[in-house]
Ligand binder design. Structure first.
Ligand code: C2E
Ligand code: CA
Ligand code: CA
Ligand code: CA
Length: 277
């Protein structure tokens, strides 16, 4: 519907109201998602580019609501973060991911599971305890657990993230900086935090074939990572040409539709079984 001349602001208001009402509706539906068993974890393979062997998988949250359908995490995670629901979601994700990791390491003992953690989650003192409990319960190697931490404004609000990360380092789990280059991190930050892994965001990878700028960014990220002693995982690898480019820059691991889409756990186990050598 085209707004009549002069009605512009009116239209904007209606859109804003609709948007905030939608957010509130999503937040209240999300609160019940765990209880009503609407969540699941998908797994997307990560592959060593040089050998083609399996490095592990990233756990990605899925929410299927009976009326709203499949709600994309890019939509509901920010709402979960701003409404406080994220802490329950994160606990659920960690518990599930480590339980599944137990089964995945039966097929591949050195399998690495990557878990997305919100900056806000890092400030919780009880999460390291949850990790210790689950690692003991499932007898897992903490070095095979990678926490993917997205750089966000929260990380720079004077909070002592380095201190929070130390709790995890003591346990022995690894830390990755996610979506590197898209957010707030500086090179000083990168050097100070000593991340085990740097993840190049798909926005730099998807057009790498023909974008000189993206090639430069990916190559530079790989060089920086090497100098800092971290390894690089590139996400959004969609074809063999992109894979070859990343490989030539020294990128160790790739993740993307070229290898596989994110899969439900049972399908991932089948995929893993078929891709062990
Ligand atoms: P992310 O951490 O950057 O995850 C990678 C996203 O890229 C995933 O989207 C994945 O499905 C998608 N992707 C992977 N390979 C390709 C490819 O080759 N082409 C294209 N076009 N896309 C690819 P997804 O699963 O929709 O997740 C979106 C975001 O939601 C994630 O971005 C992450 O920030 C957040 N998220 C997902 N699960 C969790 C979770 O358990 N906890 C938290 N805190 N955030 C999560
Ligand atoms: Ca991630
Ligand atoms: Ca992310
Ligand atoms: Ca990303």
């Amino acid at each position: 519907v085209k707004p009549l001349y002069g009605e512009r602001w009116h239209m904007f208001d209606i859109e804003n109201v609709a948007l905030s009402q939608r957010r509130i509706a999503i937040a209240s539906a999300l609160k019940k998602a765990i209880e009503f068993d609407q969540l699941s974890l998908f797994f997307q393979p990560q592959i060593y580019l040089n050998t083609g062997k399996v490095h592990g998988a990233e756990a990605l949250l899925r929410w299927e609501h009976p009326q709203l359908g499949n709600v994309p995490p890019d939509l509901f995670i920010p709402i979960a973060e701003s409404s406080g629901i994220i802490s329950d979601l994160t606990e659920w994700v960690i518990t599930q991911a480590l339980q599944y990791q137990k089964k995945m390491t039966v097929l591949l003992p050195q399998h690495i599971v990557s878990i997305n953690i919100s900056a806000k989650d890092l400030l919780r003192k009880d999460l390291p305890v949850l990790f210790i409990t689950l690692l003991n319960e499932y007898e897992l190697n903490p070095a095979n657990i990678m926490l993917e931490l997205t750089e966000s404004a929260t990380l720079f609000e004077g909070v002592d993230i380095k201190n929070a990360l130390n709790d995890y380092r003591l346990i022995g789990v690894k830390i990755a900086i996610d979506d590197f280059g898209t957010g707030y991190s500086s090179l000083a930050y990168l050097s100070k935090m000593g991340f085990d892994e740097i993840k190049i965001d798909k926005q730099f990878v998807m057009n790498i074939e023909y974008s000189k700028n993206d090639q430069t960014i990916c190559r530079a990220t790989c060089d920086i990572a090497k100098s800092l002693g971290s390894y690089v995982v590139a996400e959004g690898v969609e074809d063999s040409q992109s894979m070859a480019k990343l490989q030539s820059y020294g990128c160790e691991v790739g993740q993307g539709y070229f290898f596989s889409r994110p899969l439900p756990f049972e399908n991932y186990m089948q995929w893993l079984g078929a891709n062990l050598e």
